[in-house]
Design a protein around this ligand. Structure first.
Ligand code: ATP
Length: 423
């Protein structure tokens, strides 16, 4: 029997006050309608690790939708319900998003069918989760408030830095958990225990039957974490890269490319314009020999608007990056790259391991550090009549400013006038 742990003091000390109050109040409201409520999953793990986390997952023994309706009745806000899963999301008036689910047993009639839902106990709900460190709960009902529910030794695993599945068929049942394990390993610098790592290796081939969109859901999170290189190296060591992304390039090449990406990532972190989250798709591209030739493999991973945009931008930029010459000036680069995102340019250079990477970085660094001074309004103030020529004039001014970042507005206008006189 695991040790009983009481976490009220930890919650009081480590959680933001408003979050703590909200949990207390949800527990009380549940009790009024004879339900027990538990905080579960990532927030429990992160509380014990003293990491911040704002995703509140509550499981109730009873009906999550009924509780959500009651909370809304008393405290306002909005709810969205999913009747087939007996779950609800409550948007609290202060902006918190709280997922309320019914402790449940899912079973599948056919692989493609939606889960039918039976109400069941919290222990069974926790048993369905991926790893012991994610399978803890904290009771928030008034009677037992703060009691840690830890049926699977998650607390100990958390202290030991261990990622462990709850049962041996876990990775067979859901192979995407292998990717999740790797992600948590590199995020927390944890490690799978020997048995879990063995199970991951044995079940890795099951990743081949996972749809691209489900792969994408996990890859996107893995490659948006702090250290994509560590995740890749772990994938390689477990021998799973060939089952996902069907990589045809050597691990050394992938590593070189990811390191090149890291160079760009550092640059943008330094100027406080970090990569947007769709950058994960750029990492996926590093696994392909030639993204132009193999674009049909990659396209299936790009389903959201910004992912598709990154994908097509990179395809368009690859030939441009290939043709960069050593004598290009910053404004020559701007002519090539003005309309392209930091992400797309970084991915293209890294994929090609371009010998002009330092030049491009220098350009991107300038571009990111400058705020472009001149606007159409300034030109009008100078007596110019609005016309399609404005675009070119402002572009010239931007190039000038990239070359001479200290330029004042007046100097930029003088530059435009001198360009006009030339023509
Ligand atoms: P993050 O901090 O990255 O959001 P998280 O642990 O909150 O991590 P989510 O993917 O948001 O991760 O999932 C919430 C909870 O749902 C997890 O803590 C885990 O217990 C459970 N879960 C998510 N995906 C799976 C899965 N494939 N199999 C089993 N349980 C899962």
């Amino acid at each position: 029997v695991p040790m009983k742990r009481q976490l009220t003091q930890t919650m009081r000390k480590k959680m933001p006050e408003d979050l703590f109050q909200l949990l207390t109040m949800i527990g009380k409201t549940a009790a009024q309608i004879n339900m027990s409520a538990y905080l579960i999953g990532g927030m429990v793990r992160d509380l014990l690790l003293e990491h911040s986390n704002e995703d509140m997952d509550i499981v109730v023994e009873g009906d999550g939708i009924t509780l959500a309706a009651k909370l809304q009745e008393i405290y306002g806000g909005q709810i969205r319900t999913h009747h087939e899963f007996r779950t609800a999301t409550w948007k609290h008036p202060a902006g918190f998003k709280i997922d309320l689910t019914s402790a449940r047993t899912e079973y599948y009639d056919f692989p493609a069918a939606l889960p039918k839902v039976e109400l069941s106990t919290i222990k069974e709900d926790l048993y369905r989760r991926d790893f012991t460190i994610n399978a803890m709960g904290i009771c928030i009902s008034p009677d037992e408030f703060g009691d840690l529910l830890d049926y699977f030794h998650g607390y100990e695993d958390l202290n030991q830095g261990r990622i462990r599945t709850l049962y041996n068929l876990s990775f067979v049942e859901d192979p995407t958990r292998i990717l999740r394990a790797i992600r948590f390993e590199s995020r927390f610098q944890f490690e799978m225990d020997e048995q879990t790592a063995d199970l991951a290796i044995q079940s890795a081939n099951n990743l081949m039957s996972v749809s691209k969109s489900r792969q994408a859901a996990e890859l996107s999170r893995m490659f948006y974490e702090e250290n994509p290189l560590a995740s890749f190296e772990r994938m390689r060591d477990l021998g799973i890269t060939s089952f996902i992304l069907k990589s045809k390039v050597s691990n050394q090449l992938i590593i070189k490319r990811i390191k090149a990406m890291n160079g760009f990532k550092n640059l943008f972190d330094e100027v406080q314009k970090p990569f947007e989250s769709h950058i994960w798709l750029g990492y996926v591209m590093m696994f392909y020999k030639d993204v132009l030739e193999e674009s049909h493999h990659i396209e299936g991973y790009a389903s959201r608007k910004y992912e598709r945009k990154l994908f097509y931008d990179v395809l368009r930029l690859i030939p441009l990056v290939t043709n960069i010459r050593s004598d290009y000036s910053i404004s020559d680069l701007h002519v090539q790259f003005a309309g392209s995102t930091d992400e797309a340019i970084s991915v293209s250079c890294s994929h090609l391991l371009s010998e002009h990477t330092e030049m491009v970085k220098n350009y991107l660094n300038r571009r990111a550090s400058i705020s472009f001074e001149l606007t159409g309004q300034d030109l009008i103030r100078e007596g110019y009549t609005p016309s399609p020529d404005f675009k070119k004039m402002l572009f010239d001014a931007a190039c000038q400013q990239l070359e001479y970042p200290e330029s004042t507005k007046d100097e930029l206008i003088q530059h435009i006038q001198s360009q006009e006189n030339k023509e």
